[in-house]
Write a protein that binds this ligand. Structure first.
Ligand code: FES
Length: 120
């Protein structure tokens, strides 16, 4: 798989996150309890940025806008636009439920790498 060299691992301590440009896409890189994960920074619901989303204990991320939730490892949808009550589900029905694209990562010689294409 074609990978892109990013930056030293020391620049992404536990709990940190950073957005990088990978070709035409912005990719959110996160260090979740020592595990390096990478997903599209663009929420599949309405394309708003996920970078300030809440990371949950079960390795999910919740979009700050309409609270769609995704698994950070698989990209699977856990919840689709439940917020705000009443309006959120209406907004959710406008856009078909879609998984969050996820990217492979690796650490080599203390540098982070990310795949140039998402897994899905
Ligand atoms: S833009 Fe993310 S849930 Fe609507």
């Amino acid at each position: 798989m074609d990978m892109l060299k990013l930056f030293p691992l020391s620049e992404l301590p536990d709990g940190a996150r950073r957005v990088v440009q990978v070709g035409p896409r912005k990719v959110l890189i996160l260090n979740v309890q020592g595990e390096i994960l990478a997903v599209d920074n663009s929420c599949p619901h309405m394309r708003f940025p996920l970078k300030d989303g809440k990371v949950t204990d079960d390795c999910g991320i919740i979009c700050p806008f309409h609270h769609s939730a995704f698994d950070l490892k698989t990209g699977d949808v856990k919840d689709w636009a439940p917020w705000p009550p009443g309006l959120g589900p209406v907004l959710g029905s406008i856009v078909r439920r879609k998984a969050l694209p996820v990217y492979k990562t690796k650490i080599e010689d203390d540098f982070l790498w990310v795949s140039k294409q998402p897994n899905r």
